[in-house]
Design a protein around this ligand. Structure first.
Ligand code: P1T
Length: 387
């Protein structure tokens, strides 16, 4: 924490000030972007804390401090993508270790667990039951990590982070929570018991769909040692300009999340009971299966709404006809997006596994942006009319 930020400061203040101390020489309110790959040394090994930008760069350090502060973490490390951040956490495991993951995860995370890390002797097992006991049942003495998203991508299930954290810790394992969908503005997994928090900062943290990035934060400083080692040794770091964009994004996170939440709630209520839809999924709708937990664990329902059409053809026609929303992968930007996970973001999950989990061809994911709510509703209405 610097002179002008305190531990008692709330998220919106931390997001704007941590890592952004005015320059003592010039007074500039926004520190410069350190566009350099290397740093001059006065004698071999004598430098001012920076040697080479893969190992450390002032713009990246500023971002990492801010990420750690907003997540109420002991330390943070930023990566070239959410996938690189995921790989760094999985890289802390050793051959023979078992990881239990909740099945509804981003398709790329599933692919990495199943088709990358199994090659290094890591054994992933999945549960499709949100009950903490389902994790308990899968624990054995090889279990070193539990991995979950909450809310999940794309079914928006919410998992009991404190209860699953206790199960992990009793077994001597660590809990990883992917907080990409909730963001620290709505949910603080470290305070709920998560050892690692991972983000695709490409999403709400960056917030403007103009940068790919990832982050890892840790509850206990000692966990950062291996993550920082892997960050440098495997080299999946973001460049200074990408760090600047993410840091700039965080400054408006609290404000953006308020609007994402109010717009998403309004849309969930607007679409609920629509004759062409079988189901509208939004954590803060009373009909959501984890509604009570969501209200307890998060201070807002988030910006994602998942809708399930009665017919697949209608889902596809809806995607083709949406206009203010754009049909595109990703989420969490200021502009509204529509995604068909089965064909787009979750195609790497085999069809039978995907469908058994409920990610069917009639499911469509909405990333509700911060545009005017009337325009968003009108766009959804016209596309639904054509579906
Ligand atoms: O795309 P990347 O920055 O590498 O982040 C991967 C990732 C990790 N975790 C979650 C919860 C995610 O949603 C993602 C990326 N997801 C998409 C691109 C998507 O459209 O779902």
């Amino acid at each position: 924490m610097s002179d002008h930020t305190k531990n008692t400061h709330k998220l919106a203040t931390r997001a704007i000030h941590v890592g952004q101390e005015p320059d003592p020489n010039t007074g500039d309110i926004v520190p410069p972007i350190h566009l350099t790959s290397t740093f001059r040394q006065s004698a071999p090994g004598q430098h001012r804390g920076f040697e080479y930008s893969r190992s450390g760069n002032p713009t990246r350090i500023a971002l990492e401090k801010c990420l750690a502060s907003v997540e109420r973490a002991a330390a943070g490390a930023s990566f070239a993508s959410g996938s690189a951040a995921t790989a760094a956490i999985l890289g802390t495991l050793a051959p023979g270790d078992k990881i239990i993951a909740y099945g509804d995860v981003y398709g790329g995370t599933f692919r990495m667990l199943k088709h990358v890390f199994t090659g290094y002797g890591i054994d992933p097992v999945f549960t499709d039951d949100t009950a903490p006991e389902s994790f308990q049942r899968l624990i054995d003495d090889r279990t070193k990590m539990i991995w979950l998203e909450s809310p999940t991508n794309p079914l928006l299930r919410c998992l009991d982070i404190p209860a699953i954290g206790r199960i992990a810790h009793e077994a001597g394992a660590v809990l990883v929570v992917d907080n990409t969908f909730a963001t620290p503005a709505l949910q603080l997994p470290h305070e709920l018991g998560a050892d690692y928090v991972v983000h695709s900062t490409t999403k709400y943290i960056g917030g403007h769909s103009d940068v790919i990035g990832g982050a890892v934060t840790v509850r206990d400083e000692s966990l950062m040692e291996r993550v920082a080692f892997l960050q440098n040794a495997t080299g999946g770091v973001p460049g200074p300009f990408d760090c600047y964009l993410q840091h700039r994004g965080i400054k408006t996170l609290a404000l953006r999340m308020e609007r994402h939440c109010t717009n998403a709630m309004a849309i969930a209520e607007h679409l609920d009971n629509h004759p062409k839809l079988a189901r509208v999924v939004y954590p803060f709708l009373p009909s959501h299966p984890d509604h009570d937990l969501a209200r307890r664990q998060m201070c807002g329902g988030g910006g994602m709404v998942t809708i399930v059409f009665k017919e697949t053809q209608a889902a596809l026609k809806f995607c083709e006809n949406i206009r203010v929303f754009a049909l595109a992968e990703s989420l969490g930007g200021i502009e509204s997006l529509v995604c068909h996970p089965a064909i787009m973001t979750h195609a790497s999950i085999p069809k039978e596994i995907r469908e058994a989990r409920g990610v069917t061809d009639s499911l469509v994911r909405l990333s509700v942006g911060i545009e005017d709510i009337d325009d968003l509703k009108a766009d959804l209405d016209q596309a639904l009319a054509k579906a």
